[in-house]
Every structure is written in C-alpha cells, then in structure tokens.
Design a protein around this ligand. Structure first.
Ligand code: NAI
Length: 331
C-alpha cells in the first residue's frame, strides 16, 4: 500500500482533508496516510511551524497532500509554504485551470496550465537597504533554473497531450534577466519539435487572458509573473474554492490548493473541499493511479452538474453533504 504524507493544516484544513481522505477511500484506493501536523498550532510545543519531522516524512514518502496552514503575522516565522518549497527544492509550481460544470464564470472552455518557476527571480530574497529612502530587490534569473522549468513545461505538455507551450516574460525591458529566460526556453524547445511554441510579454498576456483565455494552453513563467498570473487564471475558473496547485521537485512533490486556511469559516462545515480534491486528483495522476483519479474526477463533475454546490459557489450544501454526494456519484 502506498504511503503518502498528509498535512491536515489548520483553519478549514482539517475539515477539507477529512472530506478528501473519505472520498479517496470510498473510491476503493487504499492509501496509508502519514499524518503530519504543521503550522501555528504546533509552534507552542515544537518552536517552529514546520518541524523537521514533516520534511523527513515528505522526503521518505516522496509525495504529500497539504491542506492550508496559517502563517502567524509578525512573529518572526517564515511562511511554511515558502520553507517547504525551499527545503525540498520544489522548483515547479503547477496550476491547471479548467472550467468545472455548473460553476458560473465569464468564459466557457477555459483549459490552461500555469507552470511557474518557484525558486528564484525576485523571490530569492536578495534585498538591500541602500539608504533611508532607497531599497534594492535583486531579480535573479539563472540559465540552469530557467532550463529546468522550461523542460518541466514541455514534458508536462507531452505527457498531458497539450499542443503548445508559451513563454511569458518582459524581455523587451529586462533584456538580460528575462532575455536569459527566453534564451533558455528557445534552447529547450528544440528538443520538442512536436509542441508548438509561442512567446508573449506578460502585460499583453494579462490583457488577452481577460479577453479570451481559450487562446492559451501551457504557460511557463518566471516566479513573480507566475505568482500573479496564476491568481488571475484562478479567478477565470471560479476562484479560490476550486483552484488547485502542486509544487514539484526532482525528488518530491507537494500537492495543495491555492487558497489559505479561511479562518472566517473555520469549524462551520461550510468550506469547499473541491480545490484540495482537485489537487489530490492531480497527485493520484502523478503517482500513476490514473484510473482512480478519473473515477473521482467523474464523480466530482457529476456532483457539480447535478447542481450540488457549497455556499462559496452559490449552493446550499455543507462540506459533509457535498462530500457524501461525491461519494454517492462514485458508483
Ligand atoms: P484565504 O484563502 O484563507 O481566504 C480568503 C477568502 O476565501 C475567505 O473569505 C475564505 O472564507 C474564502 N475561502 C478560501 N478557501 C475557501 C474554501 N475552500 N471554501 C470556501 N471559501 C474559501 O486567504 P486569507 O484569509 O488571506 O489567509 C488566511 C490564512 O491562510 C493566512 O494565515 C495565510 O497566511 C494562510 N495561507 C496559507 C496558504 C497555504 O497554506 N498554502 C496559502 C494562502 C494563505
């Protein structure tokens, strides 16, 4: 039986984790969940929101499903998410964005994938205070990191039957840094003659995404543009309750929804488990359990098609009622 690390998180984390674990079990797939606590609740006992045992568990099991964790503001602790990505070198942030049945959005047929570089760019944290009135933040782009994220995007395209990979930059202005990213993209693209390529400036991309997102397939972006554009694309498909994500490295992968711990609805049985469930479906595909992934995806789609939705999507079902409907639709 496969062992997978489960970080239940806090806020709505435990409620949506319980829902997803229940659905996977009902699908017939046996997983041994190695449950690891992290976040604000463990600080008092362990002195850190991300104890070493969590990292050790993910390193051992190679795959984790993670519900959101709260990062306390102003207590000197770095975000658990940033620490996880750095410690495990999870260099690719993957966010598939696809319309779901019966979820009202401005556009139909959105089906694109954002591949964001996760380790460098302005997020490398290299900043200096020049004087009282001036601060510098240094944008770091390397050939090695750019090539590996572009390779990841092309490999993803091949494996998932995608037709085009589009590189996003602002290379007209940042000729050296974004220029290097584009150079890496062109170099890697040569190995994938069957995949179409496109290059676009990030400002033009944003305009086109809100005009007609169906023009895009796989997007590959440096860290900062990827962060911003992936929230834009989450908005295109119905927002936080349905936006899935994954952080993938050479050795390990952590699958998690885009949303946070939603303290405003914690413990009220109101949270939408869909984003975590979609992240889990992507995780099942990643570990090769494609049949179970498809079975659960079909049940989710059927449930939404029947008009069964949680409050954030305009429905009236609680987390547990929505979960039970999906389980009914597995058969
Ligand atoms: P949030 O995503 O938790 O909530 C924003 C709004 O969306 C709230 O009104 C919330 O009720 C709603 N919402 C979010 N997920 C939902 C769901 N599944 N179903 C229904 N409604 C949902 O963002 P916020 O409030 O800025 O952050 C809260 C905490 O979460 C912070 O401590 C932040 O550090 C943490 N956070 C953790 C993340 C992670 O663990 N990956 C990511 C983002 C934030």
């Amino acid at each position: 039986m496969r062992t997978i690390t489960l970080i239940n998180g806090d806020g709505i984390g435990p409620e949506i984790s319980e829902s997803v674990v229940k659905i996977i079990k009902a699908s017939g797939l046996d997983i041994n969940w190695d449950i690891q606590t992290a976040g604000a609740d463990v600080i008092a006992q362990e002195g850190t929101p991300l104890p070493q045992r969590v990292l050790d568990s993910i390193k051992k099991n190679k795959v984790a499903l993670k519900a959101p964790v709260t990062t306390p503001i102003g207590k000197g602790f770095r975000s658990v998410n940033v620490q996880l990505r750095k410690s495990l070198d999870l260099y690719a942030n993957l966010r598939p964005c696809k319309n779901l049945p019966n979820v009202e959005t401005r556009f139909k047929s959105v089906d694109l994938v954002v591949v964001r570089e996760n380790t460098e760019d302005l997020y490398a944290g290299v900043e200096e205070q020049i004087d009282e009135n001036t601060a510098h933040s240094i944008k770091i782009i390397t050939r090695a990191a750019s090539e590996r994220i572009c390779k990841f995007a092309f490999e993803y395209a091949v494996k998932n039957n995608r037709k085009e990979v589009c590189a996003v930059s602002k290379a007209n202005i940042m000729k050296l840094s974004d220029g290097l990213f584009l150079e890496a993209f062109r170099h890697v693209a040569k190995n994938y003659p069957d995949i179409k390529t496109r290059e676009i400036l990030v400002d033009n991309l944003c305009m086109q995404l809100v005009q007609d997102p169906t023009r895009f397939d796989v997007l590959v972006l440096p860290n900062l543009y990827g962060d911003i554009v992936s929230d834009l694309t989450a908005g295109l498909i119905g927002g936080l309750g349905v936006a899935q994500g994954a952080n993938i490295g050479l050795d390990c992968a952590v699958f998690e929804p885009v949303h946070g711990s939603a303290p405003d609805i914690k413990g009220q049985n109101k949270a939408n488990p869909t984003a975590l469930l979609l992240s889990a479906i992507e995780m099942l595909k990643y570990i090769g359990e494609n049949n179970y992934a498809k079975k659960i995806e079909n049940a989710l789609y059927k449930t939404l098609s029947q008009g069964c939705k949680t409050a954030d999507l305009g429905g009236d079902l609680s987390t547990s009622e929505f979960t039970d409907k999906i389980i009914e639709n597995l058969y």
